[in-house]
Design a protein around this ligand. Structure first.
Ligand code: NDP
Length: 433
């Protein structure tokens, strides 16, 4: 903590991983001898830069840009870009650190990275977003490339932003290098299923986890926080599997309907009309809107899928979920549960799917997008089948590892250890670098 002062989220992410790794280090002291942990917690590179841009009033605005290139042990750095006013070096480092283990779990050749800016896309015009993206890429292009570092989207960065970023990269470098960014539009190298991948992947993972207890999504009441990319497709897949989505949110509040929400209407509001979630009430007056998102976890449900942001389920919310008889919690967002919340859920026998494993579907399909950029595009079914298989493999690898270390119900332990061992062994094989 003295080396990285005021980086609470980064400390939290490291603490969770280190705690899980204690039994591995006891069993394999050569990881200590090779100082694997000391090396892993220090990013290979952290780039911070100025992003000046002109707003619609011709005023100069200045934001801060980040890219952390955390680990290239298993492949080119890979991880999304987040545009949100809360972005700072702690957030970027926690996300980049987690990405190393997540990417390792996918079994694909991708290292760990993350980036973004404290730019707030809310309320900005299309032209302002474009000018911001162009300025951001004018610095970032120096550090990325299809075999070096391949950014993607995250909060506030979807296909529109990736399009502007890609256009500027192409313009500066003068080359059409499709594999330099993922999450692209289909007409210039994007992959089918990329936009669905994280949400669908989360539900595939939770489905496997429920099977262990002879349960499924059918007729279960599901709450999904957020109403962005991950949330929408988690809702869509959970509904396809027979679940009833009773609540979702945005950062202003949540909507709730015991009988179930209409996911296609939510898609229309969020993806086409670009409006706030409260506008759902214009379609359905039987739905309730609550003007704050904090209370969403107090609604009784069977399955909770936090898909908005970090630390959205604290100990109190976890206790409330347990009190209401929740069966499973699946982390769609990165680190949405605090350490205390996880402890509460696990000690009350709630099946818990940790983010590193459960939300790895997005980056997996990003890696499949990179593979298609080197060959030919695949059909929706082909990519979806591969995604299902990857999520199943991650689930069973996490489960088997957890069993091997004597805690069969602890998928956090299993996922952290399985992800770590692959990276650690490869680091040792590659020498002191
Ligand atoms: P989006 O920007 O598409 O959606 C984010 C959603 O969460 C929005 O509904 C947003 O509401 C809400 N939200 C964001 N910040 C807050 C906050 N501080 N408090 C309450 N609600 C908030 O992002 P994604 O769906 O892409 O990402 C969601 C989470 O999933 C993040 O943790 C991300 O790191 C993680 N993730 C995303 C992947 C992907 O493929 N996109 C892959 C793996 C993980 P509002 O519109 O009001 O801001």
């Amino acid at each position: 903590t003295s080396r990285n002062p005021n980086e609470d989220e980064f400390h939290q992410a490291i603490f969770e991983v280190l705690h899980s790794l204690e039994p591995v280090l006891q069993k394999n002291p050569h990881y200590i001898k090779h100082q694997v942990l000391e090396r892993l917690v220090e990013p290979e590179r952290m780039i911070t830069f100025r992003v000046p841009w002109l707003d619609n009033q011709n005023q100069i605005q200045v934001n801060r840009g980040f890219r952390v290139q955390f680990s290239s042990t298993l492949g080119p750095y890979k991880g999304g870009l987040r545009f949100h006013p809360t972005v700072n070096s702690s957030i970027i480092k926690f996300l980049g650190f987690e990405q190393i283990f997540k990417n390792s779990l996918t079994g694909l050749m991708i290292g760990g990275g993350k980036g973004g800016s404290d730019f707030d896309p809310k309320g900005k015009s299309d032209e302002e977003i474009m000018r911001f993206c162009q300025s951001f890429m004018t610095e970032l292009y120096k550090h990325i490339g299809s075999t070096i570092d391949v950014p993607a989207g995250d909060i506030g960065v979807g296909q529109r932003e990736i399009g502007y970023l890609y256009g500027q990269y192409k313009r500066i470098t003068g080359s059409f290098e499709a594999g330099v960014l993922t999450g692209k539009g289909l007409s210039y190298g994007g992959s089918l299923v990329r936009k669905e991948a994280t949400g669908y992947g989360l539900v595939y993972f939770v489905q496997e986890m429920l099977k262990q207890k002879s349960l499924d999504f059918n007729r279960k009441k599901v709450i999904v926080s957020g109403s962005g990319n991950v949330s929408i497709y988690a809702m869509e897949k959970a509904e396809q599997l027979g679940g009833t989505i009773i609540a979702c949110s945005d950062s202003n509040g949540y909507i709730f309907n015991e009988k179930g929400l209409d996911i296609q209407k939510i898609k229309q509001i969020k993806e086409i009309e670009n409006k706030r979630i409260k506008h759902y009430l214009e379609y359905d007056s039987n739905t309730t809107y609550v003007d704050s998102c904090a209370g969403i976890w107090s609604i009784p449900c069977d399955i909770a899928l936090p898909c908005a942001t970090q630390n959205e389920i604290d100990e109190m919310s976890a206790k409330q979920l347990v009190f209401n008889g929740v069966l499973a919690v699946g982390e769609g967002a990165n680190m949405p549960c605090t350490l205390e919340a996880i402890k509460t859920l696990q000690s009350n026998d709630v099946s818990f799917a940790p983010a590193k494993a459960a939300n790895a579907g997005g980056v997996s399909v990003s890696a499949l997008e990179m593979a298609q950029n080197r060959s030919l595009p695949w059909s929706f079914e082909t990519v979806d089948t591969k995604l299902q298989q990857i999520m199943k493999d991650i689930y069973f690898e996490s489960l088997e590892t957890a069993k091997q270390y004597g805690e069969p119900n602890n998928l956090i332990l299993g996922a952290n250890i399985a992800g770590f061992i692959k990276v650690a062994d490869t680091m040792i094989a590659q020498g002191v670098i």
